[in-house]
Design a protein around this ligand. Sequence first.
Ligand code: HEC
Length: 106
Amino acid sequence: MKKVLFSSLLLAGLALNAQAQEFPEDIKPLMSKYTCTACHKVDTKLVGPAYTEVAKKKYSDAKIVELIANPKPSNWPGYPPMAAMKNVPKEDALKIAGWINSLRKK
Ligand code: HEC
């Protein structure tokens, strides 16, 4: 009995530790399709900045769409330049942009 209690406490602890935010279900497929996940996480730095950090820049949705197709590495000193992702259709880019900005309002 004691052992069971210990295991569940351990599991609860692990769950608390895993605080990294996940991509929401409607955004995740886009992120993998366009390989954004190779370089970006929701709230932690990977190769590129966390999307929560991008949200703090207070870009308009349209500006983010523009930056996905034509990144400006000078906006992110200390990071390698992002490859221009011109293969992302505008409507998908807008969806991503809207979600990035929603991270700020929370
Ligand atoms: C090969 C790695 C890589 C991939 C793939 C990648 N990014 Fe980036 N991204 C970066 C890096 C590095 C930066 C910061 C430097 C820069 O902006 O050039 C960045 C910056 C950004 C910014 C901030 C732009 C700015 O000027 O503030 C946005 C928004 C962004 N990425 C979105 C995306 C989206 C959406 C995708 C997928 C369609 C994507 N990125 C794919 C590496 C990547």
